[in-house]
Design a protein around this ligand. Sequence first.
Ligand code: ZN
Length: 171
Amino acid sequence: MAKLPIVTVGDPVLEQRAEEVPKITKKVAKLIDDMLETMYEANGVGLAAPQVGVSQRIIVLDPGDGPVIIVNPVLNEASGEEIDVEGCLSIPERWVYVKRATEVEVTGLNEKGKPLRVQAEGLFARALQHEIDHLDGVLMLDRMLGEAEVVQVADEEMAEAEEVEAAEEGE
Ligand code: ZN
């Protein structure tokens, strides 16, 4: 496996419609492995092939309980809607509000070329929609409702811990 460089906003590969994958060749299998490594190294929830400069319809995700690989993904069903904050490995240091469906069903092929059906909700559903958008040349900036300011979680926890300490001292 190898970590691949992540393409950032402004590169035309992020604005194109990616090609269907006709067959899972050895080259495709290696690309999938490399995409997983790249996603994990970058602490991302998902990664689409155009983000590593390859205009093919492949996405990898990990919603928190292991890798999910979908080749030629199709969004079949989407219901509900929710506005929440999103980030993108190709758009560093920016978080924006995007409206997404809360529940989706996606079909496609797994890394062995076998049919796959994924039902997802919440963050996983959001990530699937974000990654499939990449395959159509759509970025979160095209859908953004506004810029979000995100305080680092670590800082928040630190502030809370300090408040607790201060409160205890006051007793
Ligand atoms: Zn993205």
